[in-house]
Design a protein around this ligand. Structure first.
Ligand code: NAD
Length: 534
């Protein structure tokens, strides 16, 4: 039963507690979060928080899950200082020992996988399997970090001078500020934490102000491991808060690397701020991802993949499919089959087993959705399905919107309806005749995160992944735009920010590279044969 009212406290007369639905309180109790308590949203070895209060609101029901005290301006500075102190100790731990701590964090997270996944689902609104999958992603990247801790190798470079050796050495970098978005409230932090800890850095995490509970739950799990090993908790600090807290982290000269995940709008500000103080930055910004369907595509695979890409996470993944380019020969059949899937989507409580479509994260996101649909209608787009908020029983308390397929009149990718990321389940469709045309449309938008081509023809594959192919960071073949593994570097180009996180060579950004020329001879020759003798 979902209800919001003040009850007499079960903990004694005179107190009052908010009554949460059983659904919510069962999950929160797994993390000892009591509905009447005000949670501390700052951690740097001790838990505190004396800034403004933010509320965690359940997107499914609208109930307030908890109140969280954010970091005051002074607390942000204190936490930054504590994080640096922790770094100075942590950097001296041998890398394999750091890996051992990461292994323990991995075990602690895995033990809480289902509970934490349910908390993600409750607070963010994604369906349970995706919430659990997000925790699994954190577990996976910890495994990766453990391996890296024994493989973060530098190089020995041949010197042109006799008796000299040149080493390229990876050293710890310093403090890494991680600013994350609401839609991956656990995994994005995991990508950064695992690499950063293995590299010998300390992190300070500024999560989204709308998912504070996930950040507190994760930090509690990690801090217990750190403290049990006698490692300063501020190796993995947390500062909850809004824009001001984010700005303070971004502007701090004591933060060597800012890893920012969020919108293009905020990323532009963050990028400029970090550049103005010559800091390092990783930007993981908005996506506007296309799937291209060729006539020889296997539709039994492609249709469900586009369905998942566009409707999964209610269209709130950076890699969600937002544009669909159909070859004329298969357009009708594809759209017919896709529409059938849309019609069958199970919408409701994301924690319920059969649900495929949960709510949008906030009511503001519903307004963005409504305005986008209105804009499409005003441009005479054909709304093939969807286009409204759900009004039926059981859904009114939440932010539920119908997944929408639209066929705009214009196919010009420069038009706003095509070139803007709308963070909601709206899929725009256009029909093409030649692959070159579809690739041109794919590349013509400002963003460059994920892209997907469906074909069985190896010649199309060659064009798609080659120099004249997709300009996105993720270039898939017979795989949808959404849902990446941790092993490859993840990120996008152009206004998606050029950042790379997670696998591949991403770890190389989290270290300070030292080029060390060591002379073990009895002479001191200059390079390039330069003579400076008097
Ligand atoms: P957002 O840009 O509104 O917020 C992101 C973070 O920035 C939050 O923690 C926020 O509090 C903070 N912030 C806001 N103003 C700031 C400022 N001036 N200085 C410093 N920090 C500030 O993004 P959102 O709505 O939470 O997330 C959705 C966006 O994130 C979408 O555009 C999505 O595509 C993108 N995203 C990208 C990736 C990727 O890997 N490319 C992954 C997930 C989400």
């Amino acid at each position: 039963m979902l209800r919001r009212r003040v009850l007499n406290s079960a903990f004694g007369a005179g107190h009052s507690v908010r009554s949460l639905s059983t659904r919510a309180s069962n999950i929160l109790s797994k993390f000892s979060i009591r509905p009447d308590a005000e949670l501390k949203g700052v951690y740097d070895g001790t838990w505190r928080g004396s800034g403004e209060v933010i509320q965690s609101v359940c997107p499914t029901t609208g109930e307030v899950l908890a109140n969280v005290r954010t970091a005051s301006p002074a607390e942000v500075q204190e936490t930054l200082a504590k994080t640096r102190e922790a770094y100075v100790k942590w950097r001296n731990e041998p890398a394999p020992r750091r890996g051992e701590i990461l292994r323990q964090i991995r075990e602690a997270l895995a033990a809480k996988r289902e509970d934490l996944g349910a908390l993600v689902s409750l607070e963010m609104g994604k369906i349970l399997t995706e919430g659990v999958g997000e925790v699994q992603e954190f577990v996976d990247i910890c495994d990766y970090g453990v391996g890296l801790s024994r493989m973060m190798n530098g190089r020995v470079v041949a010197s042109e001078r006799p008796g000299h050796s040149i080493l390229e050495m990876p050293n710890p970098l310093g403090v890494v500020g991680v600013l994350s978005a609401f839609n991956f409230p656990v995994a994005v932090y995991g990508w950064n934490l695992a690499l950063s800890l293995a590299a010998g850095n300390a992190t300070i995490w500024k999560p989204s102000p709308t998912t504070p509970l996930c950040s507190i739950a994760v930090t509690r799990i990690i801090s217990q491991v750190l403290e049990a090993n006698g490692i300063p908790g501020a190796v993995a600090s947390l500062v909850n808060g809004g824009k001001e807290v984010g700005e303070a982290v971004v502007e701090s000269p004591g933060v060597e690397l800012v890893s920012f995940t969020g919108s293009e709008r905020v990323g532009r500000i963050v990028g400029q701020n970090v550049a103005s103080r010559f800091g390092k930055v990783i930007l993981e910004l908005g996506g506007n991802n296309a799937s291209i369907i060729m006539p020889d595509a296997d539709l039994s695979l492609a249709v469900p993949a586009v369905f998942f890409g566009a409707v999964g996470t209610a269209g709130q993944r950076c890699t969600s499919t937002r544009r669909l380019y159909l070859h004329r020969q298969v357009a009708d059949e594809f759209l017919g089959r896709l529409k059938t899937l849309y019609g069958s989507v199970a919408v409701g409580d994301p924690l319920a087993k059969d649900t495929l479509l949960g709510p949008l994260h906030t009511s503001t996101a519903c307004d963005v959705y409504t305005q986008a649909v209105e804009k499409l209608r005003s441009l005479n787009a054909d709304i093939i399905t969807g286009g409204e908020r759900y009004q039926r029983d059981g859904l009114q308390g939440g932010n539920f919107v119908q997944p929408t397929i639209a066929l705009p009149k214009s196919v010009n990718p420069k038009d706003g309806i095509w070139s803007t990321e709308i963070f909601a389940p709206i899929l725009n469709v256009a029909i093409f005749d030649e692959l070159e045309e579809a690739i041109e449309w794919n590349n013509a938008v400002p963003q460059g995160l994920s892209s997907s081509l469906w074909t069985r023809d190896i010649r199309n594959v060659g064009r798609w992944i080659g120099p004249a192919g997709s300009d996105a960071g993720i270039v898939n073949v017979n795989v949808g735009t959404s849902g990446a593994e941790i092993g490859a570097a993840f990120g996008g180009n152009k206004s998606t920010g050029w950042g790379r996180e997670s696998g591949g060579d991403a770890w190389k950004q989290y270290v300070r590279w030292s080029a060390c020329t060591v002379n073990f001879s009895d002479a001191a020759p200059l390079a390039q044969g330069v003579s400076f003798a008097s």
